[in-house]
Design a protein around this ligand. Structure first.
Ligand code: NAD
Length: 303
Protein backbone atom coordinates (compact mmCIF):
# COMPACT_ATOMS: atom_id res chain seq x y z
CA UNK A 1 0.00 0.00 0.00
CA UNK A 2 1.23 3.48 -0.75
CA UNK A 3 2.05 5.90 2.02
CA UNK A 4 0.92 9.54 2.10
CA UNK A 5 3.28 12.47 1.72
CA UNK A 6 3.89 14.08 5.10
CA UNK A 7 2.97 17.79 5.14
CA UNK A 8 5.77 19.31 7.20
CA UNK A 9 4.10 22.17 9.08
CA UNK A 10 7.30 23.01 10.95
CA UNK A 11 9.28 23.56 7.76
CA UNK A 12 6.47 25.45 6.00
CA UNK A 13 5.92 27.66 9.08
CA UNK A 14 9.66 28.40 9.19
CA UNK A 15 9.56 29.48 5.52
CA UNK A 16 6.52 31.69 6.16
CA UNK A 17 8.23 33.30 9.17
CA UNK A 18 11.40 33.89 7.12
CA UNK A 19 9.31 35.64 4.42
CA UNK A 20 7.57 37.78 7.06
CA UNK A 21 10.92 38.70 8.64
CA UNK A 22 12.18 39.86 5.23
CA UNK A 23 8.99 41.82 4.55
CA UNK A 24 9.13 43.44 8.02
CA UNK A 25 12.70 44.54 7.29
CA UNK A 26 11.50 46.12 4.01
CA UNK A 27 8.70 47.92 5.84
CA UNK A 28 11.20 49.27 8.35
CA UNK A 29 13.47 50.45 5.54
CA UNK A 30 10.54 52.07 3.66
CA UNK A 31 8.75 53.73 6.58
CA UNK A 32 11.02 53.58 9.64
CA UNK A 33 8.22 51.64 11.36
CA UNK A 34 8.11 48.12 12.80
CA UNK A 35 4.92 46.04 12.94
CA UNK A 36 3.77 46.18 16.58
CA UNK A 37 2.01 43.31 18.36
CA UNK A 38 0.49 43.52 21.85
CA UNK A 39 -0.44 40.27 23.56
CA UNK A 40 -2.61 40.46 26.66
CA UNK A 41 -2.79 37.64 29.19
CA UNK A 42 -5.12 37.68 32.19
CA UNK A 43 -4.41 35.13 34.93
CA UNK A 44 -1.89 32.33 35.34
CA UNK A 45 -3.21 29.48 33.18
CA UNK A 46 0.00 27.53 32.39
CA UNK A 47 -0.95 26.63 28.79
CA UNK A 48 -1.88 30.26 28.06
CA UNK A 49 1.42 31.44 29.57
CA UNK A 50 3.31 29.16 27.16
CA UNK A 51 1.27 30.36 24.15
CA UNK A 52 1.80 34.02 25.07
CA UNK A 53 5.54 33.54 25.60
CA UNK A 54 5.83 31.80 22.21
CA UNK A 55 3.89 34.57 20.44
CA UNK A 56 6.03 37.25 22.06
CA UNK A 57 9.24 35.40 21.09
CA UNK A 58 8.08 34.80 17.51
CA UNK A 59 7.20 38.48 17.10
CA UNK A 60 10.61 39.58 18.34
CA UNK A 61 12.30 37.04 16.01
CA UNK A 62 10.40 38.53 13.02
CA UNK A 63 11.76 41.97 13.92
CA UNK A 64 8.45 43.25 15.30
CA UNK A 65 7.89 45.62 18.19
CA UNK A 66 6.39 43.22 20.71
CA UNK A 67 4.65 44.08 23.96
CA UNK A 68 3.32 41.64 26.54
CA UNK A 69 0.76 42.65 29.17
CA UNK A 70 0.41 40.05 31.95
CA UNK A 71 -2.44 40.99 34.26
CA UNK A 72 -3.51 39.27 37.50
CA UNK A 73 -6.47 36.85 37.43
CA UNK A 74 -8.60 39.28 39.48
CA UNK A 75 -8.23 42.12 36.94
CA UNK A 76 -11.63 43.79 36.53
CA UNK A 77 -13.45 43.84 33.21
CA UNK A 78 -13.33 47.64 33.33
CA UNK A 79 -9.53 47.65 33.64
CA UNK A 80 -9.13 45.15 30.80
CA UNK A 81 -11.43 47.19 28.55
CA UNK A 82 -9.41 50.29 29.41
CA UNK A 83 -6.19 48.52 28.38
CA UNK A 84 -7.77 47.51 25.05
CA UNK A 85 -8.80 51.16 24.47
CA UNK A 86 -5.23 52.28 25.19
CA UNK A 87 -3.83 49.74 22.72
CA UNK A 88 -6.46 50.72 20.12
CA UNK A 89 -5.17 54.29 20.32
CA UNK A 90 -1.44 53.41 20.42
CA UNK A 91 0.00 53.97 16.96
CA UNK A 92 3.04 51.77 17.64
CA UNK A 93 0.65 48.79 18.00
CA UNK A 94 -0.92 47.28 14.87
CA UNK A 95 -2.09 43.95 16.27
CA UNK A 96 -3.87 43.24 19.55
CA UNK A 97 -4.36 39.71 20.79
CA UNK A 98 -6.21 38.95 24.02
CA UNK A 99 -5.35 35.38 24.99
CA UNK A 100 -8.42 33.19 25.57
CA UNK A 101 -9.92 31.87 27.76
CA UNK A 102 -10.49 34.88 30.01
CA UNK A 103 -11.43 34.48 33.70
CA UNK A 104 -15.16 33.82 34.17
CA UNK A 105 -15.96 37.27 35.61
CA UNK A 106 -14.97 38.92 32.31
CA UNK A 107 -17.34 39.00 29.31
CA UNK A 108 -15.13 37.63 26.52
CA UNK A 109 -17.25 38.90 23.64
CA UNK A 110 -17.35 42.43 25.11
CA UNK A 111 -13.54 42.50 25.18
CA UNK A 112 -13.09 41.01 21.70
CA UNK A 113 -15.64 43.42 20.20
CA UNK A 114 -13.82 46.42 21.63
CA UNK A 115 -10.62 45.62 19.73
CA UNK A 116 -10.41 47.80 16.60
CA UNK A 117 -11.19 45.42 13.70
CA UNK A 118 -8.10 46.74 11.87
CA UNK A 119 -5.96 45.54 14.81
CA UNK A 120 -7.87 42.29 15.45
CA UNK A 121 -5.07 39.88 14.45
CA UNK A 122 -7.01 36.87 15.78
CA UNK A 123 -9.76 37.65 13.25
CA UNK A 124 -12.55 37.06 15.80
CA UNK A 125 -14.26 40.49 15.64
CA UNK A 126 -17.69 40.31 13.96
CA UNK A 127 -16.50 42.83 11.34
CA UNK A 128 -13.70 40.46 10.29
CA UNK A 129 -16.03 37.46 10.42
CA UNK A 130 -18.41 39.37 8.13
CA UNK A 131 -15.67 40.46 5.72
CA UNK A 132 -14.47 36.88 5.37
CA UNK A 133 -18.01 35.64 4.81
CA UNK A 134 -18.60 38.12 1.95
CA UNK A 135 -15.29 36.98 0.44
CA UNK A 136 -13.42 40.26 1.07
CA UNK A 137 -10.05 38.85 2.11
CA UNK A 138 -8.38 42.10 0.99
CA UNK A 139 -9.94 43.85 3.98
CA UNK A 140 -10.44 41.05 6.49
CA UNK A 141 -8.06 39.67 9.07
CA UNK A 142 -8.51 35.89 8.89
CA UNK A 143 -8.27 33.61 11.98
CA UNK A 144 -4.76 32.17 12.21
CA UNK A 145 -5.38 28.41 12.41
CA UNK A 146 -7.66 28.21 9.34
CA UNK A 147 -5.35 30.60 7.46
CA UNK A 148 -2.39 28.34 8.30
CA UNK A 149 -4.32 25.27 7.22
CA UNK A 150 -5.03 26.91 3.86
CA UNK A 151 -1.31 27.66 3.40
CA UNK A 152 -0.56 23.97 4.01
CA UNK A 153 -3.21 22.95 1.45
CA UNK A 154 -1.86 25.31 -1.20
CA UNK A 155 1.75 24.31 -0.63
CA UNK A 156 0.60 20.71 -1.09
CA UNK A 157 -1.95 20.96 -3.91
CA UNK A 158 -0.84 24.12 -5.73
CA UNK A 159 -2.45 27.55 -5.95
CA UNK A 160 -5.87 26.46 -7.24
CA UNK A 161 -8.22 24.37 -5.13
CA UNK A 162 -11.18 25.17 -7.40
CA UNK A 163 -13.76 22.45 -7.77
CA UNK A 164 -12.34 20.18 -5.09
CA UNK A 165 -14.73 18.56 -2.63
CA UNK A 166 -13.80 19.73 0.87
CA UNK A 167 -15.24 18.49 4.15
CA UNK A 168 -14.60 20.45 7.34
CA UNK A 169 -15.42 18.45 10.48
CA UNK A 170 -16.27 20.93 13.26
CA UNK A 171 -18.19 24.20 13.16
CA UNK A 172 -16.50 26.32 15.84
CA UNK A 173 -16.15 30.06 15.31
CA UNK A 174 -12.39 29.77 15.76
CA UNK A 175 -11.62 26.96 13.31
CA UNK A 176 -14.47 25.15 11.52
CA UNK A 177 -16.58 28.05 10.25
CA UNK A 178 -13.73 30.31 9.07
CA UNK A 179 -12.04 27.26 7.47
CA UNK A 180 -15.23 26.56 5.53
CA UNK A 181 -15.43 30.22 4.42
CA UNK A 182 -11.82 30.17 3.24
CA UNK A 183 -12.33 26.97 1.24
CA UNK A 184 -15.50 28.43 -0.27
CA UNK A 185 -13.56 31.54 -1.27
CA UNK A 186 -11.11 29.16 -3.00
CA UNK A 187 -14.04 27.73 -5.00
CA UNK A 188 -14.12 24.36 -3.27
CA UNK A 189 -17.44 22.57 -2.85
CA UNK A 190 -17.65 22.71 0.92
CA UNK A 191 -19.50 20.53 3.42
CA UNK A 192 -19.40 21.43 7.11
CA UNK A 193 -19.91 18.36 9.30
CA UNK A 194 -20.52 18.53 13.04
CA UNK A 195 -21.72 16.56 16.05
CA UNK A 196 -25.24 16.15 14.59
CA UNK A 197 -24.16 15.13 11.08
CA UNK A 198 -25.70 11.87 9.87
CA UNK A 199 -23.45 9.39 8.10
CA UNK A 200 -20.25 11.27 8.82
CA UNK A 201 -18.23 8.40 7.36
CA UNK A 202 -20.00 8.69 4.00
CA UNK A 203 -19.63 12.48 4.02
CA UNK A 204 -15.87 12.22 4.65
CA UNK A 205 -15.45 9.49 2.00
CA UNK A 206 -16.50 11.97 -0.71
CA UNK A 207 -13.86 14.50 0.16
CA UNK A 208 -10.73 15.44 -1.77
CA UNK A 209 -9.81 17.63 1.22
CA UNK A 210 -10.58 16.69 4.83
CA UNK A 211 -10.04 19.23 7.59
CA UNK A 212 -10.63 17.74 11.04
CA UNK A 213 -11.22 20.23 13.88
CA UNK A 214 -13.18 18.31 16.46
CA UNK A 215 -11.10 17.75 19.58
CA UNK A 216 -11.67 13.97 19.74
CA UNK A 217 -8.55 11.81 19.67
CA UNK A 218 -8.17 9.78 16.46
CA UNK A 219 -11.92 9.91 15.71
CA UNK A 220 -11.45 9.95 11.93
CA UNK A 221 -10.42 6.45 10.89
CA UNK A 222 -8.22 5.49 7.98
CA UNK A 223 -10.92 3.80 5.91
CA UNK A 224 -13.01 7.02 5.93
CA UNK A 225 -10.38 8.67 3.73
CA UNK A 226 -10.86 8.66 -0.04
CA UNK A 227 -7.71 7.32 -1.73
CA UNK A 228 -5.38 10.22 -2.52
CA UNK A 229 -7.24 12.82 -0.40
CA UNK A 230 -5.39 15.56 1.45
CA UNK A 231 -5.91 15.46 5.22
CA UNK A 232 -5.37 18.46 7.49
CA UNK A 233 -5.58 17.47 11.15
CA UNK A 234 -6.22 20.51 13.34
CA UNK A 235 -6.99 18.54 16.51
CA UNK A 236 -4.60 18.56 19.45
CA UNK A 237 -5.50 15.96 22.05
CA UNK A 238 -3.43 14.74 24.98
CA UNK A 239 -3.87 11.01 25.64
CA UNK A 240 -2.26 8.58 28.11
CA UNK A 241 0.85 6.82 26.80
CA UNK A 242 1.43 3.84 29.10
CA UNK A 243 4.26 2.59 26.85
CA UNK A 244 6.36 5.49 28.18
CA UNK A 245 5.42 5.24 31.85
CA UNK A 246 2.42 5.25 34.17
CA UNK A 247 1.75 9.01 34.00
CA UNK A 248 3.17 9.64 30.52
CA UNK A 249 1.05 11.30 27.83
CA UNK A 250 1.43 12.12 24.16
CA UNK A 251 -0.32 14.35 21.65
CA UNK A 252 -2.55 12.95 18.93
CA UNK A 253 -4.80 14.57 16.37
CA UNK A 254 -8.44 14.02 15.46
CA UNK A 255 -7.33 11.62 12.72
CA UNK A 256 -5.91 8.11 13.27
CA UNK A 257 -2.66 9.08 11.58
CA UNK A 258 -1.06 5.70 10.80
CA UNK A 259 -4.29 4.31 9.31
CA UNK A 260 -5.12 7.47 7.36
CA UNK A 261 -1.59 7.72 5.94
CA UNK A 262 -2.22 4.47 4.06
CA UNK A 263 -5.14 6.01 2.13
CA UNK A 264 -4.37 9.73 1.95
CA UNK A 265 -2.27 11.41 -0.72
CA UNK A 266 -0.89 13.83 1.86
CA UNK A 267 -1.45 14.33 5.58
CA UNK A 268 -0.34 16.60 8.42
CA UNK A 269 1.20 15.03 11.53
CA UNK A 270 0.28 16.00 15.10
CA UNK A 271 2.38 17.57 16.47
CA UNK A 272 4.30 19.35 13.70
CA UNK A 273 1.46 20.02 11.25
CA UNK A 274 -1.09 22.80 11.72
CA UNK A 275 0.21 23.84 15.18
CA UNK A 276 3.36 25.68 14.02
CA UNK A 277 1.36 27.45 11.29
CA UNK A 278 -0.92 29.21 13.78
CA UNK A 279 1.82 31.43 15.23
CA UNK A 280 3.33 32.02 11.77
CA UNK A 281 -0.05 33.32 10.54
CA UNK A 282 -0.39 35.54 13.62
CA UNK A 283 2.84 37.17 12.48
CA UNK A 284 1.46 37.41 8.92
CA UNK A 285 -1.72 39.08 10.22
CA UNK A 286 0.28 41.56 12.31
CA UNK A 287 2.36 42.53 9.27
CA UNK A 288 -0.78 42.86 7.14
CA UNK A 289 -2.45 45.02 9.81
CA UNK A 290 0.66 47.21 10.04
CA UNK A 291 0.82 47.75 6.26
CA UNK A 292 -2.86 48.65 6.11
CA UNK A 293 -2.70 51.03 9.10
CA UNK A 294 0.44 52.67 7.71
CA UNK A 295 -1.14 52.94 4.24
CA UNK A 296 1.65 50.93 2.63
CA UNK A 297 0.37 48.89 -0.34
CA UNK A 298 -0.23 45.22 0.37
CA UNK A 299 2.36 42.63 -0.63
CA UNK A 300 1.39 39.44 -2.45
CA UNK A 301 -0.77 37.14 -0.34
CA UNK A 302 1.04 34.40 1.55
CA UNK A 303 -1.84 32.08 0.69
P1 NAD B 1 -14.75 23.19 19.60
O1 NAD B 1 -14.93 22.27 20.76
O2 NAD B 1 -15.10 24.62 19.74
O3 NAD B 1 -15.54 22.60 18.34
C1 NAD B 1 -15.55 21.23 18.04
C2 NAD B 1 -16.49 20.97 16.90
O4 NAD B 1 -16.47 19.58 16.65
C3 NAD B 1 -17.93 21.36 17.17
O5 NAD B 1 -18.38 22.20 16.14
C4 NAD B 1 -18.71 20.04 17.16
O6 NAD B 1 -19.95 20.16 16.47
C5 NAD B 1 -17.79 19.13 16.39
N1 NAD B 1 -17.92 17.75 16.88
C6 NAD B 1 -17.88 17.30 18.14
N2 NAD B 1 -18.08 15.97 18.19
C7 NAD B 1 -18.23 15.56 16.91
C8 NAD B 1 -18.47 14.31 16.30
N3 NAD B 1 -18.57 13.21 17.02
N4 NAD B 1 -18.58 14.27 14.97
C9 NAD B 1 -18.47 15.39 14.23
N5 NAD B 1 -18.23 16.61 14.75
C10 NAD B 1 -18.13 16.69 16.07
O7 NAD B 1 -13.21 23.00 19.18
P2 NAD B 1 -12.22 23.96 18.32
O8 NAD B 1 -11.83 25.15 19.13
O9 NAD B 1 -12.75 24.16 16.95
O10 NAD B 1 -10.95 23.00 18.26
C11 NAD B 1 -11.00 21.73 17.62
C12 NAD B 1 -9.69 21.01 17.82
O11 NAD B 1 -8.66 21.78 17.21
C13 NAD B 1 -9.25 20.85 19.29
O12 NAD B 1 -8.55 19.62 19.41
C14 NAD B 1 -8.30 22.00 19.51
O13 NAD B 1 -7.35 21.71 20.51
C15 NAD B 1 -7.65 22.09 18.16
N6 NAD B 1 -7.10 23.42 17.83
C16 NAD B 1 -5.85 23.44 17.34
C17 NAD B 1 -5.28 24.66 16.97
C18 NAD B 1 -3.89 24.66 16.40
O14 NAD B 1 -3.19 25.65 16.46
N7 NAD B 1 -3.45 23.57 15.79
C19 NAD B 1 -5.98 25.85 17.15
C20 NAD B 1 -7.30 25.79 17.61
C21 NAD B 1 -7.85 24.55 17.95
Amino acid sequence: MSQATLIDGKAIAASVRAEITARAACLLAETGRQPGLAVVLVGEDPASQVYVRNKDKAAAACGFHSVKHSLPADTSETDLLALVETLNADDTIHGILVQLPLPRHIDESKVLRLIRPEKDVDGFHPVNVGLLSIGDRESALVPCTPAGSLVLLKRTLGPSLAGLDAVVIGRSNIVGKPMAQLLLSESCTVTVAHSRTKDLVEVVRRADIVVAAVGRPEMVRGDWIKPGATVIDVGINRVPDPSRGADATRLVGDVAFAEAAVHAGAITPVPGGVGPMTIAMLMANTLTAARRLLNVPAEPDLF
